[in-house]
Design a protein around this ligand. Structure first.
Ligand code: ZN
Length: 173
């Protein structure tokens, strides 16, 4: 296994749409292992292949005791709404509020090409949606929502264009 370099926000590769994985070979397994190691090393909870410069539809998520490797993931149903703080290894040190479903059902394949279905609730639903967005060239900063009432905001919080805080103060973005 090896650590890979994580691309940062201004890298045009992060804006490209990733292609479907069609070969479930050793090259894919090495990629997934490297992604997992890179994510853990960077204290992340999720990483998508384009973040390490590979435009293929694969993500890894480390969620407490559960570890997920999803190849060609696709959201097949979703429910609910939540607005939580998100960060991204490609945008280090910053965060922002994004509206996401509270429940997602995902169809994907494992590293051997076998069809699998996974369910994500609450925070895990956020992780899955965030990582799948990366496969479509979308970053969380494209979807910034207004922070919920009473939310903690500081200089590291990205805010939607033109957002005015509840103190009536215009916040610069
Ligand atoms: Zn991210």
């Amino acid at each position: 296994m090896a650590l890979r370099n994580i691309l940062l926000e201004n890298d045009p590769i992060l804006r490209k749409k990733s292609r479907e994985v069609t070969k479930f070979d050793e090259k894919l397994w090495i990629l997934l292992d490297d992604m997992y190691e890179t994510m853990i090393h960077s204290d992340g909870v999720g990483l998508a292949a384009p973040q390490v410069g590979i435009l293929r539809r694969a993500i890894v998520v480390d969620f407490g005791d559960d570890k997920y490797e999803l190849v060609n993931p696709e959201i097949i149903s979703q429910k609910g709404k939540q607005c939580e703080l998100e960060g991204c290894l490609s945008i280090p040190g910053e965060n922002g509020y994004v509206e996401r479903p509270t429940f997602v059902k995902i169809k994907a394949q494992n590293r051997y090409g076998k069809d699998i279905t996974v369910i994500g609730r609450d925070r895990l639903a956020v992780c899955f949606c965030h990582e799948i967005d990366h496969l479509n060239g979308v970053l969380y900063v494209d979807k910034l929502a207004e922070p919920p009432k009473g939310a903690h905001i500081d200089e590291y919080t990205r805010l939607p264009q033109g957002y005015t805080s509840d103190k009536g103060k215009k916040v610069s973005v």
